[in-house]
Design a protein around this ligand. Structure first.
Ligand SMILES: NC(=O)c1ccc[n+]([C@@H]2O[C@H](COP(=O)([O-])OP(=O)(O)OC[C@H]3O[C@@H](n4cnc5c(N)ncnc54)[C@H](OP(=O)(O)O)[C@@H]3O)[C@@H](O)[C@H]2O)c1
Length: 254
């Protein structure tokens, strides 16, 4: 039997890149996906290849159904199988919670198009391949924002709440051949927050997070990647669940 195949959306950076590297290190072939910039995706692919993985680098905006279907067709043509889909691509707008005028309907639609509809479209496009060599698995990258209502914006938190609900619905819809779970990371050290917040606010957030998390730490992308391996591969009797990787932040008053 050939190597297993993992598709990680948004894997040119951060959590997605760490997840692609971990699956490659553990003997899988990979799709590394991005929507805008190819150079970082090529660098992640090169790192995966050092472990002997075959890697397809695919430009696809998960908000576009045609892109999702083209990605699935490329996987079918190359390997004829997909064992795990990690729906990691996400987007946001950084707007203070009290600033309701800072968000409009278009912001909601743009954020939902990637964070919710994109995950749905990818699962739908890959369903036949995920069912081909059961058990297949889908891992959705949610956020602690879904259960706290905090995070980069109200629209972002709501989109991750919707993703958690969709995780349950997809687990019902795609079982028994495919398990569907989600990860809810806390503050992860990636370019996402550093770019979105600016250096000063980011440093203050990190200090604040460490002060209230039970484990007094922020999260590394590799910590989340291990959870994506657990839910994608090891958690064979778990479906419809959301696993927090938050260093215990939600145990404390926010
Ligand atoms: N960092 C945190 O603290 C944190 C906490 C909780 C949850 N999360 C979630 O974790 C996921 C990854 O975040 P990260 O921190 O690793 O971010 P990141 O370092 O900014 O990486 C985001 C990745 O997604 C890709 N991407 C963005 N929009 C896309 C689209 N429409 N289609 C395909 N790819 C797209 C980006 O590539 P291009 O720019 O080339 O498209 C990049 O590869 C997101 O879903 C985020 O909500 C992050």
């Amino acid at each position: 039997m050939g190597r297993k195949v993992c598709v990680v959306t948004g894997s040119s950076s951060g959590i997605g890149a760490a997840t692609a590297r971990l699956y490659a290190e553990r003997g899988w072939n990979l799709v590394v996906n991005y929507s805008r910039e190819s150079a970082p995706a090529e660098a992640v692919a090169a790192a995966c290849r050092t472990f002997g993985a075959e890697v397809l680098v695919v430009q696809a905006n998960v908000a576009e159904d045609a892109d999702c279907r083209a990605l699935a067709a490329a996987v079918e043509a190359r390997w004829g199988r997909c064992d795990v889909l990690v729906n990691n691509a996400g987007t946001t707008k950084f707007v203070g919670l009290r600033n309701l005028d800072g968000l409009d309907a278009e912001d909601f639609q743009r954020i939902y198009a990637v964070n919710v509809v994109g995950a749905f479209q990818m699962a739908r496009a890959l369903e036949p391949l995920l069912k081909r060599n059961p058990p297949g698995a889908v891992v959705n990258m949610s956020s602690i924002a879904a259960s706290t209502g905090l995070g980069s914006s109200l629209a972002y938190a709501a989109s991750k709440g919707a993703l958690n609900t969709m995780t349950m619905s997809l687990a019902r819809a795609l079982g028994p051949a495919i398990r569907v779970n989600a990860i809810a990371p806390g503050l992860v050290e990636t370019p996402w927050l550093q770019n979105g917040m600016g250096a000063e606010r980011y440093a203050a957030s990190v200090q604040g997070y460490k002060a209230r998390a039970a484990l007094a730490e922020i999260i590394q992308p590799e910590d989340v990647a291990r959870a994506a391996w657990y839910l994608g591969v090891d958690a064979v009797k778990t479906t419809g669940e959301v696993l927090a990787v938050d260093a215990g932040a939600k145990l404390m008053p926010m």
